[in-house]
Design a protein around this ligand. Sequence first.
Ligand code: GLC
Length: 568
Amino acid sequence: MRRGSGNFLFLAASTFFTLLILPLSAQTGPVDAAGHQWWQNAVFYEIYPRSFADSNNDGIGELNGIASKLAYLEKLGVDAIWITPCYPSPQVDFGYDVSDYENIDPMYGTLQDFDRLEKEAKQKSIRIIMDFVMNHTSDQHPWFLDSRASRTSAHRNWYIWRDGKNGGPPNNWISIFGGSAWKFDPTTDQYYYHYFYPQQPDLNWRNPAVKTAMFDVTRWWYQRGVAGFRLDAVDTLFEDPDLHDNPVLPGKNKYGDPRETDKYNTNLPEVHDVLRDLRKVADQSDAVLIGETWTDNINELKAYYGPHHDELQLPMDFMFAMVNKISAPAFRRQIALAESSGGWPTYVISNHDIERSYDRYGDGQHDDAIAKLMAGLYLTLRGTPIMYYGEELGMENNDPKRKEDVKDPIGKLGWPKDKGRDGERTPMQWSSGPNGGFTTGKPWLPVPPSTATHNVATESKDPNSILEFYEHVLKLRHTNQALLDGDYVALNQDDPNVLSYLRRYKDQAVLVVLNMSGSERKASFDLTAQGFPSAKIGTLLSTDPSQQASLHDMTLQPFGVYIEEVSK
Ligand code: GLC
């Protein structure tokens, strides 16, 4: 049983705000007084098209469904949607196995539907970001069909083919989705390499023809009006050409394979050359490149920005997303690291591959309050946030209950240790009606029981809902200059429970105070060192209407959020 989190208060403080008018179309220069680009001021929102909105009631969402919900996204405060792959695909990996990069899968609609969506989104100042699956294609892509046909075919060298060794695969590399990363193909008596499923052969990025063809794909979509790409699995583009075996660690992984470090088949330095060149193409269209950049440390993340900020504008910081427990010191540390990178931080708290933030952070007692706390955190930090559909409702993971219900192949393989990714990909909860109002047909995945309370229709009517809180934070983010452009200044850094910081822009500032504990806490602030010796505060948004805004002796509710305007 979930418990509500008390009230929150939103003060219509638009008189305090400096309004920034964002342009409708792509620009080549800075768009605001602080010199920021459109993608620095934008809030991005990830849509898993199968699950967002089903306009033809076949149980699977599509582009027309997304188009029908643009007004919702606009009201929420979304500036750009990233649509996960909707290209023609055999759907082995639900679209991440692309068989044609320049078309739309019939299950999602047509190119005309895409053009209409793009046009209607533009009218609402919502940009479209496509997913670019760079590392591999589907095994049904014409390039691969040709490649596997003979050792001398035109596309042979577009993929990675090798002879076996000692009667087995060329080396010990393991696929992240289970088993050897090499598949024997009897037609030509060689193995091909696949970091993901065998139906996802890796492209050979050392072949210039691959680079040209793939870069042309991005140009083709830019001409169609897309504003950028989310680059799938960038760290896996290159492999050691000498095929050194990876170091083996003790034990087995969740699929029963030997544990290895991916020393020779991920994170090779060559990836940065590709990203630099891809950025040059993007810059011609003022487009943004967002990276699915899994990194182990801040230097790896830093490298993705490029030495001259000439690679990815928005490499996602998964180290922040992987702070799995609500903890003021842990988040403080991670934010400080992101700030130290010298790049523009890119924060996410959930996506289609990781358990929903509602479950990962929830304590089973204050789940709704914690969902608001997380919004109060990552939507007020300096940087660009990328939301995941349904996060704004407090959608929870709905993992399959039985193996035979699992759709994601890794869930079948890893059952029951790894139930796959179906749980975080369930249909958007539009109403409390059947299937959360997503479809009148049979949804491809079931919605959880909490749909009864956590859905758009119900939450829009409740001023204390998670959805309303998101809307308010996003409105503040778009209108308050300190939140858009201000520095991040950590405060009270020794506090083990309360995370607090200033967003400071010239002589304006916003104070964010987040109680990251399940108990009432106290906090007080002296902002002299930050240039506000006799500061006063006024509440912009808070989860606690009883709190009188004061810098001294604030009493903070469990998991309470306090966003205060600071004046001199
Ligand atoms: C990325 C995607 C994931 C997919 C994989 C292979 O990690 O986010 O969903 O399975 O790449 O394309």
